[in-house]
Design a protein around this ligand. Sequence first.
Ligand code: DGJ
Length: 736
Amino acid sequence: MSIFYNDKQRSFRLDAKDTSYMMKYTEEGYLCHVYYGKKVPDEDLGYLLRFDESPRTPLENNRDRATFLDTTPFEYSCFGIGDYREAAFKILDDKGMTAVDLRYKSHRIYKGKPELEGMPATFATDESGCETLEITMEDKPSGLEAVLVYTAFDKLDVITRSVRVNNVGSRSIQLTRVLSACIDFDTDKFDMITLNGSWARERAVERCRLHHGKQLIDSIKGESSHQNNPFVALCDNNTDEDRGEVFGFNFVYSGNFFAQAEVTQHKKTRFVMGINPLDFTWLLEPGETFTAPEVVMVHSDEGLGKMSRTFHDLYRGNLIRGEYKDKRRPILINNWEATYFNFDTEKIISIAREASKLGIEMLVMDDGWFGHRDSDNSSLGDWFVYEKKIQGGLKYLVDEVNKLGMKFGLWFEPEMISPDSDLYRAHPDWAIQIEGRPLTMSREQYVLDYSNKDVRDYIYSMMRKILDSANIEYIKWDMNRQFTEIGSNFLPANRQRELWHRYVLGVYDVMNRLTTDYPHILLENCSGGGARFDPGMLYYSPQIWCSDDTDAIERLKIQHGTSMCYPCSAMGAHVSDCPNHTVGRNTPFRTRGHVAMVGTFGYELDVTRIPQEDRDSIPAQIEEFNKYNTLVRTGDHYRIGNVFEDNTWDAWMFVSKDKTDALLEFVQVLARPNERSRRIKLKGLDPDAYYYEESEPDRKISGAALMNAGINIAKIWGADGISGDFASKILHFIKT
Ligand code: DGJ
């Protein structure tokens, strides 16, 4: 049992593995947050609420009620009743009023974890031992009920939250803000860690100290975005990779989001996370329900590393689904950086032929195979084969690739429409638009109105025709622009502001149909690189393209940041050609392989044209990937270096769950003079066990020595004996 209710004290306690979370409601029904942190055995920590300290008394009509409302830690803050901190919940009622006052009505506790209708969410398994608490709060004047849903995971330090709003009254109410989580911490001594960036620079780790006022990240682009990932960690000022307390929050959603930490007048911190309230309203008619997406909350008292490993375990076990959930992914070669739009059947087959000889297992044909697409200025929406390029048709091409012993994968961008397309000529009204305003072009394309089921049905039926026409075993689902002129030709005026969220639900609907109808297809998400690397997408696709930046050195940062909350098994990572197409850097082929090995692994180059030496090294590189892939995919990940702080080196480890097998990867970013070796302390080993490095079987070193004293990694010299920049090394430790 992990959820406890004490009737006398009116208190709730949720226990995850080593975490407790407590709430209590007052006689008047205010639901107050009491505690979140390391596990405690007590049933009631209500004294923390300081109700006995004047003037904080909740009594109705008491002169100090306003003080109570603006200072008490609330579990789900409401707008307009005297709590001037950030509201989690706000409405616009049929009389134009915005105040709302949710009070405790009832609760229920049950085993397992409910699904969120039409939306991704983590799930319980037989092993995960989940228990759920639903607290129903009511606002009698509006007739609204908000059901706060909490699930505690027995074997992980994870608690999830979401909210269901029911209109049980008789009035039409506009919801103008339904955030998914609100937590009032009794301190302001926090650093806020976020993952920020841009195209080709996704998820850079940024850390800043909280100060009075509001510090927020958000997206209003229609997707989770390159710029801000829906992840926040709040940690003690002295928390580092291995020590200190941290609370990690990740939003299981792929559209506009909002996450904010607010330091209040009394030096407390209110954290909120949910769908971005900017430009959001949802009309809730009597009898209707609105569901807000899930927030995953992870607590760690052993630094950021443990927080990340908890997220990784949760997502690998309780979010990612499908045939490839626990399987090694086929080693693919993608033709995007090899050819861009300039390819035909013969070129694709020539790449596949060469790749198959080297041990590559799947050919992925990227953008440009449909409609009459020779550049990015046409054909999105025309999901039929471009016969001029794909001579002989798709089935012929796929069969030829299959004959080489390779699987075949295909690129789609199902959410978009080009003005130069048959689809746009037939249905110009299917683009998201506002009548009377010019439509803003981005990458020469518009966004399809996925709130409209006809649009979704049509696009999906076109995709099905393609998928049924040949043996396609992988799909790359891309999405390459952000939203403007947010209007739908199919929604009434009073539901137009629902478009943002209805769009995301529409995308989830098609992804759900696709993964249900084609369970054997491996789906990889992508959005102009990594603009939609979020847990919502992971529910449908076990891997996501990390970034269009394939440079091994840039990838150190991108993959380090991504690993904050996403497992390496989900990171789309490829070896590409040099000079790198994004940054023009030359790096050793071997280093490119070692960095891509952290993720799903594959190639993104014209294998018929790369230097012979590189081509010759591919079979051994693949062998190395295969040797370590189970460890990388299923083991515990430890960050050792931090390229955001020291850009001269990086290192990380994977350690098997039973601690018998460990891989250390090291990259010497910039070689430094007068430094013959670098001391690295290993992590995650069994201190009492002895290990040897595979190349030195006779030298046994204790786990304690490897972790506390470390090892010396000798400086790596380049082939010329002078330079050593961007060189890499891997060391394999095996328990004796
Ligand atoms: C953006 C993706 O990130 C690339 O990998 C590639 O698929 C292009 N789109 C194709 O247009």
